[in-house]
Design a protein around this ligand. Structure first.
Ligand code: NAD
Ligand code: LMR
Length: 339
C-alpha cells in the first residue's frame, strides 16, 4: 500500500482537480466544546474551509462570543453559537460532520486514562444527543481517552439503534502530524513531502508510527527509529509538560482536527482517494477498534486499509500495544453499558 494521508499540509482547503469547492454541496459542521482550547482555533479553521456552509459552535458556556467573533470572517459558511443543553439539538440538527473536542485536558503527571472519569460521561451524553438529532452524521471524536471514548460512542449508538461503523472516527491525525514533523527533522527531508502511517490507538505505546513505510525514504539507524517512535508516542506528554498545568495540545490539535474534518467532507462530496489514519471499528487485528489508514467516501469509511509490511521492531510494537488497547476499549464498552 502507498503511504498514509493524501491530504497533506499543502492540500488542506485546496480543491482537487475537477472538484470546485464553490460548487460543492451544502455541508453543516458542528463543533461540540467549541469554546475550549481546541474548539476555538478549530472553529477558526473550519470557518476558513470553503466546503463548510453552516458552522454550529456548541459548548456549555462561551460560544456566543466565539461565534460572534468567527462569524465576521468573510468566508462561505454561516456561523451560529449554541450554549447549554437546551440548544444542543438545534446545534446538531442536519449536521454532516460533528467534531467533539469537549472535555477536560491532561495536567503534568496524568495519563489520558486519568481523564476517563470526567470525559466518559460527557461523551456519553453528547453521543446520546447525536443519535437523536443527527444520527447520520460523521462523528470525529477528539475527546480523550480516544481509545475508550470511541467505544463509548459506539455503544450509545448501538443502544439507540443508530450505530453505523462507517461513521464513527477517533481522531488520531495529530499522531500523524507529529510523526511527519519529527521524521522530516531527523531525515532532513522537506516536511511537506513526508508521509508516515500511524496505527494502533491514541495513548502512549498504543501509538505505533510505521517509520519503515515513511516516504521519502531515508537511511535512518535503528536507534534513530526508536527515538522517533518514542517521541511520537510521547508527543502529547511533551506538550502537557511544556504547558506546565495549562492543558495539552490545542493549536496543533486544531490543525490536525481541521485536516481530518476536511478529509471527511471531501469523502462525503465524492472526492476520490481520500485516505487518512483514524481509530475505527476494524478487522485489521483481533481488536474491535484499531487505527490504520482509512479510505473515506460518500458514506464515511469506504475501506479500512491493512497495515502493510512491518519491520521486526514494528511487529514487536504491535504485539506490545494490544493488551493496553484491548483493556481501554473494554473499559469504554463496560462504562457505556453499566451506567
Ligand atoms: P479545554 O478545557 O480547553 O476545552 C474543553 C471544552 O469542552 C471547554 O470549553 C468546556 O466548556 C467544554 N465542555 C465540557 N463539557 C462539555 C459538554 N458536556 N458539552 C460541550 N462542551 C463541553 O480542553 P481542550 O484542550 O480543548 O481539550 C479537549 C479534549 O481534547 C481533552 O479531552 C483532550 O485530552 C483532548 N485532546 C485530544 C487530542 C487528540 O489527539 N485526539 C489532542 C489534544 C487534546
Ligand atoms: C495529544 O496527543 O496531544 C492529546 O491526546 C492530548 C494529551 O493529553 O496528550
Amino acid at each position: 500500500l502507498a503511504s498514509c494521508p493524501t491530504t497533506s499540509t499543502s492540500s488542506l482547503y485546496v480543491a482537487r482537480r475537477g472538484f470546485s469547492s464553490e460548487s460543492a454541496p451544502e455541508r453543516k459542521v458542528a463543533i461540540l466544546g467549541a469554546a475550549g482550547g481546541i474548539g476555538q482555533p478549530l472553529a477558526l479553521l473550519m470557518k476558513l474551509n470553503p466546503l463548510v456552509t453552516k458552522l454550529a459552535l456548541y459548548d456549555i458556556a462561551g460560544t456566543p462570543g466565539v461565534a460572534a467573533d468567527v462569524s465576521h470572517i468573510n468566508t462561505r459558511s454561516e456561523v451560529a453559537g449554541f450554549v447549554g443543553e437546551d440548544q444542543l439539538g438545534e446545534a446538531l440538527k442536519d449536521s454532516d460532520v460533528v467534531i467533539i473536542p469537549a472535555g477536560v485536558p491532561r495536567k503534568p503527571g496524568m495519563t489520558r486514562d486519568d481523564l476517563f472519569n470526567i470525559n466518559a460521561g460527557i461523551v456519553k451524553s453528547l453521543s446520546t444527543a447525536i443519535s437523536k438529532y443527527c444520527p447520520h452524521a460523521l462523528v470525529n471524536m477528539i475527546s480523550n481517552p480516544v481509545n475508550s471514548t470511541v467505544p463509548i460512542a459506539s455503544e450509545v449508538f448501538k443502544k439507540a439503534g443508530t450505530f453505523d461503523e462507517k461513521k464513527l472516527f477517533g481522531v488520531t491525525t495529530l499522531d500523524v502530524v507529529r510523526a511527519k514533523t519529527f521524521y522530516a527533522g531527523k531525515a532532513k527531508v522537506n516536511v511537506a513531502d513526508v508521509n508516515v502511517p500511524v496505527v494502533g490507538g491514541h495513548a502512549g505505546i498504543t501509538i505505533l508510527p510505521l517509520f519503515s513505510q515513511a516516504t521519502p525514504k531515508a537511511n535512518l539507524s535503528h536507534e534513530d527509529i526508536k527515538a522517533l517512535t518514542k517521541r511520537t508516542q510521547d508527543g502529547g506528554t511533551e506538550v502537557v509538560e511544556a504547558k506546565a498545568g495549562k492543558g495539552s495540545a490545542t493549536l496543533s490539535m486544531a490543525y490536525a482536527g481541521a485536516i481530518f474534518a476536511d478529509a471527511c467532507l471531501k469523502g462525503l462530496n465524492g472526492v476520490p482517494d481520500v485516505v487518512e489514519c483514524s481509530f475505527v471499528q476494524s478487522c485489521v487485528t483481533e481488536l474491535p477498534f484499531f487505527a490504520s489508514k482509512v479510505r473515506l467516501g460518500t458514506n464515511g469509511v469506504e475501506e479500512v486499509l491493512g497495515l502493510g509490511p512491518l519491520s521486526e521492531y514494528e511487529k514487536e510494537g504491535l504485539e506490545a500495544l494490544k493488551p493496553e488497547l484491548k483493556s481501554s476499549i473494554e473499559k469504554g464498552i463496560k462504562f457505556a453499558n453499566q451506567s
